[in-house]
Design a protein around this ligand. Structure first.
Ligand SMILES: Cc1cc2nc3c(=O)[nH]c(=O)nc-3n(C[C@H](O)[C@H](O)[C@H](O)COP(=O)(O)OP(=O)(O)OC[C@H]3O[C@@H](n4cnc5c(N)ncnc54)[C@H](O)[C@@H]3O)c2cc1C
Length: 432
């Protein structure tokens, strides 16, 4: 077997995927050259210089194993995920969801990476491929130059869709006489969600202003929205009732008097001490002034102080079924692996998971360890099988769901869960 200390791996991007991969490979004794462009060159969506920054929501979604993203989190925890490790000290109350304080979360990841003596950090905006084995985890906002290089080497153009982030508000600017704490369907009051109730007149006024509010210009013509993360104004454009059956749905959220409001805007705790709340489902491309004007029409937010406005970006990805093999390598350059959102998955956990899995494959390959690929009995294996084998003509990025998993909607959930976790153990045990 090769000596790991003699092996050097390049990783480009210290986001969710790149940090996972660097942490895993370094823990195995390999030397990692980690290239990160921030703070040298900032990104439109990132707000700090921290690694593993969550650019929008602070939710890592469901904790339940009966939910595909919940099961995926359990899978990557077994694989030694840094994201899951960082979520322990940073967790904020979130009911069934794993919500974190984004600053504490990213700070934990940054310190873990920076203090690892096997990781050499390079502040560089990488525009070309590095010599040797390279994992590219530059995310949805990968620069044009690097996308061009990937297209050139893979022989396929890269694609994109628009994705947006939601505003964050200071709690002390929210009128707590009008809003109430409650998680949907739960009897007990807790501080996870703060609800702004609307009667019909208030909803009508808000709705009418929202759909005519001025949007920021977008700079690409061939780009579609991601249906799972539509801007609030685009949902509104689809009809008067779509918001009331979507992000503003009031069911399970009776007010202090037990009455169900006409519509409810939910705010979710964003930091550990509970000073900040983000607007759930309010990803938006409205101009900043318009966000201020329209969102202040929501009862309780009349004097809201926005610490961050919503923003929209092109979200790039490679056409995975054509360019990636089963181990997340470029089919026509086996030295180059792609992980994270750029590989054609969607979501924080999915991005971290594919970065980690790519690192496992890199390790197995450079150490010449005979191995079977991760089984599609697992959520992660199914996700990678989906992106690398499906939709040859109309591929779109995919997030974790049971629909793409073998027999997951037929077999009882406990069977699906046991099978998936066993698949992870079998995979991991190959490198012992
Ligand atoms: C606006 C927006 C909102 C989103 N909101 C959510 C959400 O609420 N929930 C969710 O689950 N997912 C969301 N996503 C999708 C996705 O989960 C995140 O983008 C996630 O951070 C992707 O992880 P990643 O590691 O692939 O990329 P990133 O976390 O973006 O990491 C990429 C890293 O690479 C660095 N980099 C980029 N180019 C270079 C280069 N050329 N040289 C060196 N370094 C480089 C970047 O600075 C960054 O640190 C959102 C995406 C966008 C764009």
């Amino acid at each position: 077997m090769a000596n790991p200390n003699n092996i050097r791996i390049n990783i480009v991007g210290a986001g969710l995927a790149g940090s996972e991969a660097a942490n895993f490979l370094a823990s195995k004794g390999l030397i990692v050259d980690l290239y990160e462009k921030r703070p040298l060159v900032s990104s439109e969506a990132h707000h700090t210089d921290l690694y593993g920054e969550l650019v929008c929501s602070n939710s890592l979604k469901s904790k339940e194993l009966t939910n595909a993203c919940g099961l995926l989190k359990e899978e990557i925890k077994k694989l030694g995920s840094l994201m899951m490790e960082a979520s322990v000290p940073s967790e904020v109350k979130g009911g069934d969801s794993l919500n974190v304080d984004r600053q504490v979360f990213a700070q934990y990841i940054t310190e873990k990476i920076k203090s690892n003596k096997n990781i050499r950090i390079h502040s560089e905006d990488v525009a070309d491929f590095k010599d040797g084995i390279t994992l590219i985890c530059t995310g949805p906002l990968t620069s044009k130059e690097l996308l061009y290089k990937i297209s050139e080497i893979s022989g396929q153009k890269t694609y994109g869709f628009f994705d947006a982030s939601s505003p964050i508000i200071k709690k002390d600017s929210i009128d707590l006489n009008k809003c109430y704490f409650k998680s949907r369907y739960e009897d007990e009051e807790d501080a996870t969600y703060l609800n702004c109730p609307m009667n019909k007149d208030e909803y009508d006024k808000f709705y009418n202003e929202l759909i005519k509010a001025e949007k920021a210009p977008l700079h690409s013509f061939d780009t579609k929205y991601f249906e799972g993360c539509l801007p609030i104004e685009v949902i509104g454009d689809r009809g008067y009732e779509t918001l009331r059956f979507g992000p503003l749905k009031p069911v399970g959220l009776p007010d202090k008097n037990g009455n169900i409001p006409y519509a409810v805007v939910q705010l979710r705790q964003d930091d550990l001490i509970g000073d900040l709340y983000n607007m759930v489902g309010f990803q938006t491309n409205l101009k900043y002034e318009e966000q201020k004007r329209v969102f202040k029409l929501i009862p309780g937010l009349e004097n809201a102080k926005f610490v961050r406005f919503g923003l929209m970006h092109r979200n790039s990805y490679v056409y995975a079924p054509k360019v990636l093999d089963d181990e997340l390598r470029l089919k026509n350059n086996k030295n180059v692996y792609i992980g994270g959102q750029l590989s054609g998955v969607e979501g924080y956990v999915e991005s971290a998971a594919t970065g980690l899995l790519a690192a496992y494959y890199i390790y197995m390959n450079v150490m010449n360890i005979p191995h079977n690929n991760l089984s599609f009995y697992s959520v992660l294996g199914s996700l990678v099988r989906y992106i690398t084998h499906t939709g040859i003509n109309n591929f779109s990025p995919m997030n974790a769901n049971f629909g793409i998993m073998y027999k997951a909607n037929i077999d009882p959930k406990n069977v699906v869960i046991d099978r998936s976790l066993k698949a992870i153990d079998d995979f991991k045990n190959q490198i012992k």
